[in-house]
Ligand binder design. Sequence first.
Ligand code: ATP
Ligand code: MG
Length: 423
Amino acid sequence: MAKNIQAIRGMRDLLPDESPLWQFLEGRVKDVLDRYGYREIRTPILEMTELFRRSIGEVTDIVEKEMYTFQDRNGDSLTLRPEGTAGCVRAGIEKGLFHNQVQRLWYRGGMFRHERPQKGRYRQFHQIGAEAYGLAGPDIDLEMILISRRFWQALGLDGLELQVNTLGTVAERALYQERLVAYLSAHREQLDEESLRRLETNPLRILDAKNPAMKPLIDAAPTLLEHLGEASRQHFDAICQGLDDAGVACNVNPRLVRGLDYYSRTVFEWVTTRLGAQGTVCAGGRYDGLVEQLGGRPTPAIGFAMGVERLVALLQEQGAGQGLNNPHAYLVLAAGAPQQQGMLLAERLRDEIPGLRLISHCGGGSFKSQFKKADRSGAAYALVLGEDELARGVAGIKPLREQAEQREIPFDGLKGFFLSEVF
Ligand code: ATP
Ligand code: MG
C-alpha cells in the first residue's frame, strides 16, 4: 500500500473541535476593531521576494533564513508572506490609500516562516494585525495599545503584561549604535558567535540575544533611552503618561528591540509567562520610514500583530471554549415518524428561531443509537418526534446535560421554549 501523505512539518490542520475557539477569538477581535473604526484589508499570500527584502531588512532572521522563497514558472522570485505589514504598505502605495488621508486597517491570515517547529512556533501560523497610516503623534500609539488591551478584556484573558520601549529616530539610533558597538567591542570576549556576527551587521539585535551567559553584559549596556532627542523623549513620555491615565501598567523594557528592521520610536509587546519560551502574543511598533522606503510618500505609520495560535493556546490554558458552538438540540425520530416530517419540523424551527443550532438526525438507525448520537453531539436537548407525537402536534424534549424527565411541548410552543431556555 502506498504511504499516506502527511501535512508539511510545522503546518497544522485546524480540526473542528478547535475551530469554535478560533472563531470566538476572531469574532471578538473583529468586534473590537470595528468599534475603533479599523477596516479589513486582504492582500495576496504571495508577494515579490524583493518586497520583504526591502521592508523587513536583509540582516534579519526572517530574510536571512526563514522565508519560503521560490521561482514561479516565469522565473520571478516569489515569497510566501512571513508577516502582514509589507503587503499592507505595498497595497496602500499601489492603490493610493495613503495620499492625504488617514487609514486605519486590519488584516488576518496565514504567515509562513521556516523556523524550528515547537510549541507556539510553527511554519504556517496566523496573525491578526492592525495598522494606522498618516498619524505621527503619540495619540495613535496609545490607541493601538488600548485596542490590544480591549482584546484581552473581550477574550477574558488575564495575566498579560505590556512592555514598551522606544527606538528613537534613525539619527538617534545611529548615534546610539556607535556607542553600543564601542561598548560591545570592548567586551568582545563575552559575545557568542551569533552576536559577534551581529556586531558587524545588526548590533542592536544583540540586545535581543537569548543566550543567558550574555545577560550581565547586555544589562550593563548603554540604553537608547539615554540617547533620545527632545522630540522622541516627549513622544515616549506622552505614551507612558497616556497609559498611566488609562490604567495600563507601562513597563519600560530598554532591551526590547523587535526582530524587524523597520521600527522607529515606539515598540511594544504583550507577554505572558504561561506559554513557556514562546510568551509574546502581540508585538508592534511605529515604522515611520517604511512607506517611503518602499517608494511611497513619507507617511507615518504604526501597527501590531498578534499570534493567533499563541492566543488560542492561552485561552485553552485558561479553560475557555468548553461547549462553544455546541448544538442546542438534536432531533431524533422515534419509530413510525417519517424522516421527512422530522426535516420539515427542523426547517420550521430554524425559520422561527434565528440562531438555533439544531442537528436533524440523518441516516436512520434505532431510537437508542440516535439518542447516543444526540448525546455525543454535545447538544443541550434531544428533540423527540414519533408517530404519536406527530399525530398530536407535540415534540418530546429531553435535557441531555442534566438529570431531568422528558417533557412534551406543542410545536407552536417550541419557539418560546428555546428562546427562554437556550438563549
Ligand atoms: P518571536 O520572537 O517569538 O520569534 P517575532 O518577533 O518573530 O516573534 P513578529 O514578527 O513580531 O514575531 O510576529 C508577531 C507575533 O506573531 C509574535 O509575537 C507571535 O505571537 C507570532 N509569531 C511569530 N512567529 C511565529 C511562529 N513561527 N509561530 C507562531 N506564532 C508566531
Ligand atoms: Mg521570530
